[in-house]
Design a protein around this ligand. Sequence first.
Ligand code: CU
Length: 171
Amino acid sequence: MLKTSFIAKRVEPAHFSAKTMEQTPKPSQPAKPKNRTMLYAIVVIILVVVGVGVYYLTLKPPSNPNNGTPITIWDTSGSCSTASNCGFRPVNLIVKIGTNNTVTWTNTGTLPHTVTGNQTANGSLPSFSSDTNSPSGLSTNNQFTFTFTQAGTYHYYCRFHPWMLGTVTVS
Ligand SMILES: [Cu+2]
């Protein structure tokens, strides 16, 4: 009698403690995946926000940071065989000294282009060329800025594609 009751007493706490030991991690287990899901969601949101930010910073063309009167240099997806698929826009720009006589060309095309003053046509007017700072041409999104301080009509072209023509008339 004594022996059996003693064994029963000893077995019972051992069995109970084993149950509680098993049960203690159980309520924390369903909580862990919840916290992980939240963490993954936060990480994904951060990655998306950073990704979108990097995308806009690297791929969005600059909105004329040089802040001059804008002229767009354009070409049609890598083609510039005639004046119909590349050029300057506007072709003929009119500016006024003291108002908007600083002009910024931005290459929005895929090919390198230049802004090269036609000194034969411009005569004694000040010369200007993007080659001074960009001898291999303006690549995509690159800019050239020049301030016209003398009145006259300035003819210019692209050195690589001489059919790309433009004028800036300064008064
Ligand atoms: Cu060109």
